[in-house]
Design a protein around this ligand. Structure first.
Ligand SMILES: CN1c2c(nc(N)[nH]c2=O)NC[C@@H]1CNc1ccc(C(=O)N[C@@H](CCC(=O)N[C@@H](CCC(=O)N[C@@H](CCC(=O)O)C(=O)O)C(=O)O)C(=O)O)cc1
Ligand SMILES: N[C@@H](CCS)C(=O)O
Ligand SMILES: [Zn+2]
Length: 778
C-alpha cells in the first residue's frame, strides 16, 4: 500500500511566496530572487513529505499564482489582447503570466486581467481560461517538466500533477459565440500528450491528472469525451501510470464510466462521499489501483483513525495491498501549513490544538494510518499506542464542556417562520424607506472597505504584539474612520461607510468576537494569487458576547449628517469561510451564526443606523456541487440570511452584497432573501449578470458594480455612464444604485479617490440625463 498526496500548500509556512510576489510586483526584488523563493518552497515541501514517509510525492503542485493559469500558459492559451504586450516587449514568460492574472497597465498599454472565479465550492479562486473559436494550442511552458527534473535532481522521483484536459476545458469560457469549448479537445489532446511524453522520457512513472468534474453532473457529451480522451492517452502512452483524481464529490452515476477508463489508478473522495466505498470496490476491476481519499483536505480536524482504518481494511479485503493507495481527500491547498507554528496558548488553547491537524500533521496522519493498517498484529504496542492517542484526542473533543451550550441550542430550536420575515412586503417597505432616507435617483455608495494601508495593518500588528495599547490602537482607527468619512463627504457620495479599518478580514474579524470560534496566528490559506485568508475555526456552539460593530458604525454616523451604512458579514459567508465543526449539520451552525448577526443588526438599528449591509458573497459558492442537493441547501442558507436580517423595522433598509456570482439558476432564491438592495460585482462581465435579474423581473433595488477594482486603473466617467446606460436597458432606473465592485481594501487611496470621484460624476450625469428624458416625455 502506498501513501500519496494530491498537492501541498505552496504559499510557504511563513507566506514566503506572497511576500516575494508582492515584492517582485513592486519592483523590490528581481525575477531571479522570486524564482529562488519558489524553488526554496518546493524543496522544503518535498523534504517535509519525504521526512514524513510519503511514498509518492507530487510535483507541479506549486504555482506562482494559480494552477489553472499554469495550464493556460503551458498550452499557449493566451488571449489575443496580450499579443500586443508580447510584440511590444521582449517579455519574460513569468511577466506575461502575471500580466494575464493581474492585467498590465504600463508603457501605454492597458490590458485587462483574465477573469477570476471560485474553484468549485472552495474559497480559492482560479483564473478562467479564455477560448476562441479558432483556438490553437501548442506547448509554451515546460513548468511541469522543469519541476519534475528539479525534484529528480534533489533525489525525489515525483508524481507530476496536471489538471486533466476535460476539467481544464470545462473550467474555461467561450469568449465568442459559435462553438463549444469541449470540441477543442481534439486540438488540446496532442499537446497534453506531448507534455506527458516529455515527463515520461524524463523518468516519470506516475502522473496525476485531476478531473474533479468526473464527480459532478455530466452531460452525455462530456461522458463521451472522457472515454475518448482516456482511451487515447492509454493508446499513446501505454507505459505511463495515470492516476485519475476525483474530489469534492462522490462519483455516483459516473462510477461505471470512471472505473471503465483505462487508467492505472482512480482517486476517490471518501470524506465528502464515504458511502461510495463499497460500490466502488464492487465495481473496480482488479488491475485498477484505488486511491482512498480518507483524510480531510478541506478541514482541520484530526483524522478518526478507527474510522479510517476500518475503511482501509474494508478495501484490503477486496483488493491486494499493492492496488491500494491512501491519501487526503483532495489537495492540501485548502488547509494551513503547520499546526506546530501555533505556539500562543492564549490564542489557541492546548485543549483545542489537540483536536487539530494542518497540512504537515496530515502527512504524519497518513504515514501513521499506513503503519496501523499494515500492522498484522493488531495488538502490537506501537499500533495500539498511536490509536489510543488518537482516540483520546477525539474523545476529549466529543466530551468537552466548551462545545455545548444548551441556551444556544434552545434558541435555534425556537426559531419560527416569522423570525425570517420582514413585517411588510418590499413593495410597501420601498416607499417607507424612500420617504425616510431621501436619497436621489442613482444613489451612490461603496461596498464597505476602504484601503487597508500598510499603516493600518502595522497598527494592528503592533497592537497584537502589545507595542501599541488598546486605547492607542482604537484612537488610530477612529482617526482613520473620521478621515474616511470626511473624504466621502468631500467627494459627495450619498451613502457612506465607516471603512472597515478595524477588520483584519471580513470573516476572521467576526470569528474573533463570537463565542464558539478560535483563530490561529499562522493558519493562512491561499485565496487568490498572493492574497491569503486565515479562516477562523468553529469548534462549538456560537453566540455573541457583546456588540461587534456598533462602536465603529455609530462613531462614523455621529460625524456626519449623511447616512452611514452599517456593515456586517452574513451567516452563510461566515460559515463558508471558516473551518466548520464536523459534529453537527452545517445548517444548525449557520442558524447559530444567524441569530448572533440578528442581534448585531438590531443593536445597530437601536444605535440609529438606518441602512445595514449584510454581506453574503459566499452564498453561491456554498451551493452543493450536485444539483440534486441545491434545493435543500438554498432553503436553509436563504432562511439563515433572512433570520439575520428580518428583525428590523420596515424603515431600516437592508442591503446585501455578493461577488463572483452568477445568478441565473438561483435568482428566485436571491429574491427570497428579500434584501431591500443588493450590490453585485458586475463590471468584468459588462453588466451581463443583470440579465438574470431582468428576466426574473427582480423587484428590489440593485447596485451593479460599475468599475473593476482589481486593477489600479482609474475608470472614465464616460465608460461608467455607458455601463449604467446598459444596466438601464434591463432594469428600471428607479431600482438602480451606483457603486464600484467590491475589494477597495486591496487598493491605494490615490486611485480610489480618482475612481470614486469619477463614479459620483457618472451618477450625476445619469441624473441630469434622466431629468431631461422626463421633461421630454412630459
Ligand atoms: C472578499 N474575499 C474574501 C474571501 N474570504 C475571506 N475570508 N475574506 C475576504 O475578504 N474570499 C473571497 C474574496 C477574496 N479576496 C481577498 C481579498 C483580499 C485578501 C487580503 O488582502 N488578504 C490579506 C490578509 C488580510 C489580513 O488578515 N490582514 C491582517 C494582516 C496580516 C499580516 O499580514 N500581518 C503581517 C504584519 C502586518 C504589518 O506589520 O504591516 C504579518 O503577520 O506579517 C490585518 O489586517 O491585520 C493578505 O495579505 O493576503 C484576501 C482575500
Ligand atoms: N464589505 C466587504 C465585502 C467584500 S465581499 C468589502 O467591502 O470588502
Ligand atoms: Zn465582495
Amino acid at each position: 500500500m502506498q501513501t500519496h498526496i494530491l498537492g501541498y500548500p505552496r504559499i510557504g509556512s511563513q507566506r514566503e511566496l506572497k511576500k516575494a510576489c508582492e515584492q517582485y510586483w513592486s519592483g523590490k526584488i528581481n525575477l531571479d530572487d522570486l524564482h529562488q523563493v519558489g524553488a526554496a518552497i518546493r524543496q522544503s515541501n518535498w523534504k517535509l513529505q519525504q521526512e514524513a514517509g510519503i511514498d509518492l510525492i507530487p510535483s507541479n503542485d506549486f504555482s506562482f499564482y494559480d494552477q489553472v493559469l499554469d495550464m493556460s500558459l503551458t498550452f499557449n492559451a493566451i488571449p489575443d489582447r496580450y499579443q500586443e504586450l508580447i510584440a511590444k516587449k521582449e517579455i519574460a514568460k513569468q511577466e506575461l503570466y502575471f500580466a494575464m492574472a493581474r492585467g498590465y497597465q504600463q508603457d501605454d498599454l492597458d490590458i485587462t486581467a483574465m477573469e477570476m472565479t471560485k474553484w468549485f465550492d472552495t474559497n480559492y479562486h482560479y483564473i478562467v481560461p479564455e477560448f476562441k473559436k479558432d483556438q490553437e494550442f501548442k506547448l509554451f511552458s515546460n513548468k511541469a517538466l522543469d519541476e519534475f527534473l528539479e525534484a529528480k535532481k534533489a533525489g525525489i522521483l515525483t508524481k507530476p500533477v496536471l489538471l486533466g484536459p476535460i476539467t481544464y476545458l470545462v473550467l474555461g469560457k467561450e469568449k465568442e459565440a459559435g462553438f463549444n469549448r469541449l470540441d477543442l479537445i481534439d486540438k488540446l489532446l496532442p499537446v497534453y500528450i506531448e507534455v506527458l511524453k516529455k515527463l515520461q522520457d524524463a523518468g516519470a512513472v506516475w502522473v496525476q491528472l485531476d478531473e474533479p468534474f468526473l464527480a459532478l453532473d455530466l452531460t452525455a457529451k462530456e461522458k463521451e469525451v472522457y472515454k475518448k480522451v482516456y482511451n487515447e492517452l492509454k493508446k499513446q502512452l501505454p507505459e505511463l501510470k495515470i492516476l485519475l483524481a476525483t474530489y469534492f464529490e462522490g462519483l455516483k452515476e459516473n462510477l461505471d464510466l470512471a472505473v471503465s477508463l483505462p487508467v492505472c489508478a482512480l482517486h476517490i473522495d471518501l470524506v465528502r462521499a464515504p458511502q461510495q466505498l463499497q460500490e466502488v470496490l464492487d465495481k473496480t476491476p482488479n488491475d485498477l489501483t484505488l486511491s482512498l481519499g480518507i483524510i480531510d483536505g478541506r478541514n482541520i480536524w484530526k483524522n478518526d483513525y478507527q474510522d479510517s482504518v476500518a475503511f482501509i481494511r474494508k478495501a484490503l479485503k477486496s483488493k491486494t495491498s499493492n492496488r491500494i493507495m491512501i491519501a487526503p481527500s483532495c489537495s492540501l491547498l485548502h488547509v494551513p501549513c503547520d499546526l506546530d507554528l501555533e505556539t500562543n496558548e492564549t490564542v489557541l488553547t492546548p485543549e483545542i490544538k489537540n483536536w487539530l491537524a494542518f497540512a504537515k500533521q496530515k502527512l504524519e496522519e497518513l504515514a501513521t494510518l499506513k503503519a496501523i493498517s499494515e500492522e498484522d498484529d493488531v495488538n502490537a504496542v506501537a499500533t495500539m499506542e498511536k490509536l489510543h492517542v488518537n482516540l483520546d484526542a477525539l474523545k476529549s473533543k466529543k466530551e468537552s464542556q466548551r462545545i455545548h451550550k444548551p441556551e444556544v441550542k434552545q434558541r435555534t430550536a425556537r426559531i419560527t417562520k416569522k423570525d425570517a420575515q420582514r413585517n411588510k412586503a418590499f413593495s410597501e417597505r420601498k416607499s417607507i424607506q424612500h420617504k425616510a432616507l431621501k436619497l436621489p435617483l442613482f444613489p451612490t455608495t461603496t461596498i464597505g472597505s476602504f484601503p487597508q494601508t500598510k499603516e493600518v495593518r502595522s497598527w494592528r500588528a503592533q497592537f497584537k504584539k502589545g507595542t501599541v495599547n488598546a486605547l492607542e490602537y482604537e484612537n488610530l482607527l477612529l482617526e482613520e474612520t473620521e478621515q474616511c468619512i470626511r473624504w466621502q463627504e468631500e467627494i459627495d457620495l450619498d451613502v457612506l461607510v465607516h471603512g472597515e479599518f478595524e477588520r483584519n478580514d471580513m470573516v476572521e474579524y467576526f470569528g474573533e468576537q463570537l463565542n464558539g470560534f478560535v483563530f490561529t496566528k499562522m493558519g493562512w490559506v491561499q485565496s487568490y494569487g498572493s492574497r491569503c485568508v486565515k479562516p477562523p475555526i468553529i469548534y462549538g456552539d456560537i453566540d455573541r458576547p457583546e456588540a461587534m460593530t456598533v462602536k465603529w458604525s455609530s462613531y462614523a454616523q455621529g460625524l456626519t449628517s449623511k447616512i452611514v451604512k452599517g456593515m456586517l458579514t452574513g451567516p452563510v459567508t461566515i460559515l463558508q469561510w471558516s473551518f466548520v465543526r464536523n459534529d453537527q449539520p452545517r445548517s444548525e451552525t449557520c442558524n447559530q451564526i444567524a441569530l448572533a448577526i440578528r442581534d448585531e443588526v438590531l443593536d445597530l438599528e437601536k444605535a440609529g443606523i438606518r441602512i445595514i449591509q449584510i454581506d453574503e458573497p459566499a452564498i453561491r459558492e456554498g451551493l452543493p456541487l450536485r444539483k440534486t442537493e441545491w434545493q435543500a441547501y438554498l432553503k436553509w442558507a436563504v432562511n439563515a440570511f433572512c433570520i439575520s436580517a428580518a428583525g428590523v423595522s420596515d424603515q431600516t433598509q437592508i442591503h446585501t452584497h455578493m461577488c463572483y456570482s452568477e445568478f441565473n439558476d438561483i435568482i428566485e432564491h436571491i429574491a427570497a432573501m428579500d434584501a431591500d438592495v443588493i450590490t453585485i460585482e458586475c463590471s468584468r462581465s459588462q453588466m451581463e449578470l443583470l440579465d438574470a435579474f431582468a428576466k426574473f423581473e427582480y423587484p428590489n433595488e440593485i447596485g451593479p458594480g460599475v468599475y473593476d477594482i482589481h486593477a489600479p486603473r482609474v475608470p472614465s466617467v464616460k465608460e461608467m455612464v455607458a455601463l449604467m446606460e446598459k444596466a438601464k436597458l434591463v432594469i428600471p432606473e428607479k431600482q438602480l444604485w451606483v457603486n464600484p465592485d467590491c475589494g477597495l481594501k486591496t487598493r491605494h487611496w490615490e486611485e480610489t479617490r480618482k475612481a470614486l470621484e469619477a463614479m459620483v460624476e457618472a451618477a450625476k450625469t445619469l441624473r441630469v440625463a434622466s431629468e431631461k428624458e422626463r421633461l421630454v416625455t412630459l
